[in-house]
Design a protein. Sequence first.
Length: 277
Amino acid sequence: ATPTAIIVASGIAARLGIFIRDAQTMERMNEIDTIIFDKTGTLTQGKLSVENFSGKEENRKILASIERKSNHPIARAIAENYTGEILSVENVEEIAGSGLKATISGKQYFVGSENMMKTLGVSIPKETNTTSVYLTNGEEILSSVRLHDEIKPEAKTILQELVQMKKEVVLLSGDKRIVAEQTAELLNLSKENVYAEVLPDEKAEIVLSFQNQGKKVLMAGDGVNDAAALSIAEVGVAMGSGSDIAIESSDVTFLDGNLKKIIQLFYLSKRTLTKIR
Ligand code: ADP
Ligand code: MG
């Protein structure tokens, strides 16, 4: 049976907006020595602002119409920024960690990252040091968007506290290396602890590689691209604002994304364990 102390602690956690799926999570929290954070929507607010939307109006319309089909934070930002007419889009296929594939009036398009364009063999006019999304017909870049995201206001302090608690902190991102490193710098995190341009499967592999070194991992994320990593970690923590699949793959959900909840969860688990033993 579940010890009373855990039931009580789960109740306290719920009042703090921390929802815990099973009783073992509290106990597993006490073993955690490594904390891996996804970037977009976990360390950052995930409410991106559009800095620049380039290309002919017709192509911008295509890009925005395709992005309306996705729930990715980048897609939402673009859809909100574009107020023009929307085209009807068919055969939409989301490629987690890369972008989207779709057809409009019988023509096929791809919308996604620099790496996606490289994989398609489409050259990019000039690379930027911001989060970027491109539209291509498979031959050339038709339109592009540059976006900016802010780190959460509490992120730096919380990471510092975790380091003081002797936890190893790692940043894991599908975004470009340069952007991930800029974020790390703002958070006082060393470049060695940054893994960038990683695909969803690679996110899970990185969690596994820490586990193979004997580390006990808490993974925090919000996206479809984090789901595999969240489910394989000792403790998976999803942001309540995140995708359903991230939440379903996790042991814990934070009602709001305030990172202070990680510290609260550690303290609550420690106190609970003292009571059980
Ligand atoms: P993160 O790990 O930072 O949360 P993702 O793995 O979700 O990022 O995405 C990595 C990159 O792939 C993004 O920076 C973006 O360039 C591209 N991308 C992913 N999904 C989409 C989408 N729906 N629309 C446009 N670009 C996308
Ligand atoms: Mg994310």
